[in-house]
Design a protein around this ligand. Sequence first.
Ligand SMILES: [Zn+2]
Length: 262
Amino acid sequence: MSKTMIKAIYRKFKKYYQRFVRLESVFYAGTKYTCPVCEGHFNSFKTYRGNSFIKGVKVDHTTKNYTCPKCGSGIRHRLVMGFLKSNVQLVTGKKNVLHFAPEEFITDYFNKFNNINYIKADIDPSKYKNAIELDITNIKLNDNSVDGIICIHVLEHIEDDLKAISELSRILVSGGWLLLALPIYGNQTFELKNLTAKEREFQYGIDQHMRLNGLDLQNKLEKAGFKVQIISTGDLPGSYFDLTLNTPHSESDKYLFFCSKA
Ligand SMILES: [Zn+2]
């Protein structure tokens, strides 16, 4: 079977699956929660199921009220979109906004604004439509050339995250902003050097992750010249989340770092 045929079958399957997911969402319909990504209203979200090793111990990540039954968004997606929608000053005026590893729902949001020059980027741009190739640790863009950067679940994959943070700061204009999210485990970052992929999976849950970030990521960001505001799910207006959740998965997903360049 040719690659094109496989791709066509996959697209058809995806279309039917998405239609099925949207149909299924009627069983969750209600007024308790609103999803800022799809604007659907629900009495509950779907349960997330999964497990992984964290610091060598198997952790159950099962989390009720996690996934939007209509659009599939998780806590971090609703947090990002809720934050964007309640901070409209980020999309006013003429701005260059750069988005690493671009999530489609964020692209759809920024594409609504004609005043925003929205640029998608990735180390492997072939994964995305109209993305440019950029290495976050060596960004081929001028100093002070970007007004805003979105970087969701990227930095934990980068071995030299300090270099990436300094590059992000370098390309931002003074007063520019960086919207950063990544899985957070507790207060302190946990990182062991020279691990194999298998060892990383055993320590960090995912073999492509280079560390378990803690809230002390704030220090790294401040050292690079950022003023940092940590936003958690409880800080946003609107009912996007079940705030009673307290599982390793919901905890790891509930923070955003909003950084402004001095
Ligand atoms: Zn949704």
